[in-house]
Write a protein that binds this ligand. Sequence first.
Ligand SMILES: Nc1ncnc2c1ncn2[C@@H]1O[C@H](COP(=O)(O)OP(=O)(O)O)[C@@H](O)[C@H]1O
Ligand SMILES: [Mg+2]
Length: 235
Amino acid sequence: MNERALNNSIYQFNENSPCFSDFYQLLSKLAARDFGEHKKVLMVTSATEGEGKTTVASYLAITGTLSSSDYFVLIDGDLRKPQLHKRFGLSRDGGLADILLNKKRLTEVIHKTAFRNLHLITAGRYEDKPFQLLQLNETKELINHIRLYYKLILIDGPPIIPVSDALRLAEVVDGILMVVKAGKTPRTVIKRAIDVLTESGCPLVGVVLNDRNQVLPYYYQQRYYRYNYSPTNHD
Ligand SMILES: Nc1ncnc2c1ncn2[C@@H]1O[C@H](COP(=O)(O)OP(=O)(O)O)[C@@H](O)[C@H]1O
Ligand SMILES: [Mg+2]
């Protein structure tokens, strides 16, 4: 994904946008791995913050709704630094945290967006520590409730390295898509993040290389990614 192409507001994104075909291909590759069919829940994460998790999750979901009549939902699982509501111009209130705290019902936190068939569950508000909030059973129950209604449930996850929230969520998703910002995160940190995920047992289904200057290919196998990752020099 290149910078010029993605720097615009999400509301300017459409079928003619330069990155549309990249995201469309990504969806197709995910479909080949059964996402959107039997597997429904994908968490987008990265080793550290600022690598493009929110960006990739948002455009992936929007591309899905623009290219089909299926329903998609985005969940802001990055409770410490929630961003999705800002991207979509919505209020943060009434979201994931409110459900987990039993303050709201599911129907009250599923927000419509300006994109047809794209729903959004914002982060909501809380006072507890996010890790405590993401109690396994409650989070699982929420996911299981909405599983039937959507083609794909995309969780904009927390980063892996600084906190353990991502691992909590990893226990309730069907797979993980990792975003790596080219030239930003040291290779050792990326490797550590992949090791942490591997230990969690949640399948890593793909890696998106988010490059500021050019569109780079997506690498789908952890093995391939690990041994063939070449750093870019132009960032
Ligand atoms: N490929 C890209 N091109 C241009 N800007 C990008 C790209 N990817 C991310 N950004 C910008 O970089 C910043 C961090 O991205 P974001 O998706 O919020 O990261 P994260 O969710 O991992 O913290 C945002 O301002 C976003 O708009
Ligand atoms: Mg984010």
